[in-house]
Ligand binder design. Structure first.
Ligand SMILES: *Cc1c(COP(=O)(O)O)cnc(C)c1O
Length: 367
């Protein structure tokens, strides 16, 4: 077999435009939060969240943390979250002093299961925080109805879902707050960073205070806050990426359509009728020997893939104390079966063909 270039599971695209934007900021000598951050917040909200006010922070995790604090979440409160997600979802809840309550997912889109959410609501529940996992939105119509019926808030972990829509509205426009991550492997990046989309002026005000020592003016500290500011260097990268993310998303969707049409032996990702999927990940199920499939794709075909997530949050050493004796069967099944194939916008036509050949060869239909 000829030597072939490894196809990575993710590949951030950072080019001359980003480098020029960074250089322009460096030349001003003013690199901390300033005009680039303000412009990035405005453009991000206009382009991706239907004009909602957005506040930039130094990571997606900070965005969740500050959003939760701004919404008043703290000790004694419960926030319903999926366990089948990145640890930041529950970590941010736990760091406020509140309790993350882990709920199972539905097996089709890997998002929160409605009946399980409803069953988990207690008099301490303050909010439900779905994750739009892999770039497919959770069922926001139904979740909003559940939240309203029980008088609890709705938050969104939209870390993986820039530009995804549910029933015609962008993710990030449903919750009291929503967070988008700008980590390099996400659909767009600022290096590190996060964006908090806010439902009202008071949430905006509080997130801004919390990211800056609790003050709007120096020495007029209203709240106990942090330094979670984004730099103008990172914002300049993010602004360039914002001009490209739409085209990248269309390429992701085209790549996904190709894989959908040609993969023969795995269940391809479903897309709900009300949803636009932005394919942060292209995730299939491999019920038999998933880890062996990962190894063979890499070794025999030089095709990288990822397992998100092999260990559900409620079984992590750090978070298991919030879930004594909890059994989440669909979460466990997903953790054992999921496999994310490359779908990123840097794939060539021959890369896509090799991915198809590899999966169709390694995963035997009906195995
Ligand atoms: C990436 C991610 C986060 C955290 O974002 P960072 O920018 O890495 O802090 C939170 N939730 C989910 C679902 C993520 O994928």
């Amino acid at each position: 077999m000829t030597e072939r270039e490894f196809i990575p599971p993710a590949k951030p695209i950072i080019g001359p435009d980003e480098r020029a934007a960074v250089d322009a900021v460096l030349q001003t000598g003013m690199v901390a939060q300033g005009p680039q951050v303000a412009a990035f917040e405005q453009e991000f909200g206009d382009q991706l969240v239907a004009g909602r006010t957005c506040v930039a922070v130094n990571s997606g995790t900070s965005g969740l943390h500050l959003g939760l604090l701004a919404a008043g979440i703290g000790p004694g409160d419960e926030v319903i979250v999926p366990s089948f997600t990145f640890a930041a979802t529950a970590n941010s809840v736990a760091l406020t002093g509140a309790t993350p309550v882990f709920v199972d997912i539905e097996p089709t889109y890997f998002c929160l299961a409605l009946e399980a959410v409803e069953a988990a609501i207690t008099e301490r529940t303050r909010a439900i925080m779905p994750v739009h996992l892999f770039g497919h939105p959770a069922d926001m119509t139904a979740l909003r109805a559940v939240a309203e019926r029980h008088g609890v808030m709705l938050f969104e972990d939209a870390a993986q879902a820039h530009g995804a829509t549910w029933d015609g509205a962008p993710v990030g426009s449903f919750g009291t707050f929503a967070m988008f991550s700008l980590y390099p492997t996400k659909n767009m990046t600022s290096g590190e960073g996060g964006m908090v989309s806010c439902a009202d002026d008071e949430v905006v005000r509080r997130v801004k205070l919390l990211r800056n020592q609790g003050m709007e003016r120096q020495y007029a500290n209203e709240l106990v806050g942090l330094n979670n500011r984004m730099t103008d260097i990172h914002a300049a990268i993010g602004r360039v990426q914002l001009t490209k993310v739409g085209a990248w998303t269309r390429t992701r969707q085209d790549n996904a359509a190709f894989l959908d049409a040609h993969l023969e032996s795995v269940a391809v990702p479903a897309v709900a009728e009300q949803a636009t999927h932005v394919y942060h990940q292209y995730t299939v199920r491999v019920p038999e020997d998933r880890d062996e499939v990962v190894r063979r794709l890499r070794e025999e075909f030089q095709v990288g893939s990822g397992v998100y997530y092999p260990i559900p949050n409620h079984r992590l050493e750090s978070l298991s104390r919030f879930a004594p004796g909890l059994d989440l069967p669909e979460t466990e099944r997903a953790a054992a079966e999921v496999l994310s194939l490359p779908v990123h916008p840097s794939l060539s036509a021959s890369d896509l063909e090799r991915i198809v050949e590899a999966v169709n060869t390694v995963v035997k239909a009906g195995s």
